[in-house]
Design a protein around this ligand. Structure first.
Ligand code: SF4
Length: 167
């Protein structure tokens, strides 16, 4: 996905959410929640009780067929092996703990006021920067924008032709 396609997904998801009672959660663009929180004017201290953005190692993990446990299916870093270690040790591994603590984030994400409701896509940062803690390269704030809502709404998005999967 390109930055312009990501803006398209965020705008389309927000538009659909405005007329749906289903909770729409686009995968891989956690700054969607930062955009909604900022646009709604809800204080971030309140928003963080409802949304937390990237779920890697926080709200999900992925167990591979060989037992290796990744924080997310797209983040190929093992925190241990479920066939040989208790789940509590893996859940409390340095990798999972550091992903749950947004204090470990770096770059634009590290200093971002939205990091508790977003946190950036940790899998994308790993693939792009070889680090699960770097800034999310698709976020307008990582690309020099000062205001997320203005950046999303002023952009000329490129329609994303990838299929939309609901599940
Ligand atoms: S800079 Fe990082 S934490 Fe802040 S909104 Fe963008 S992706 Fe999220």
């Amino acid at each position: 996905m390109t930055p312009k396609e990501a803006v398209y997904v965020v705008r389309r998801a927000a538009e659909l959410q405005g007329r749906s009672n289903l909770v729409i959660a686009p995968i891989g663009v956690p700054w969607y929640y930062a955009y909604l929180a900022s646009k709604s004017g809800l204080p971030l201290g309140v928003s963080r009780y409802f949304v937390y953005g990237c779920a890697a190692g926080r709200g999900m993990f992925y167990i591979k067929p060989d037992g290796e446990v990744w924080p997310c299916p797209f983040l190929p870093v093992s925190a241990g092996n479920a066939a040989r270690e208790p789940a509590s040790r893996i859940w409390n591994s340095p990798l999972f703990r550091s992903l749950r603590s947004r204090d470990s984030l770096q770059g634009a994400c590290g200093s971002c006021r939205f990091k508790e409701v977003c946190g950036g896509c940790r899998a994308r940062t790993y693939i792009r920067h070889d680090s699960p803690y770097a800034e999310d390269p698709l976020c307008p704030l990582s690309n020099g924008a000062e205001d997320l809502v203005r950046a999303v709404e002023a952009a000329e998005p490129t329609p994303c032709t990838a299929p939309i999967v609901i599940g």
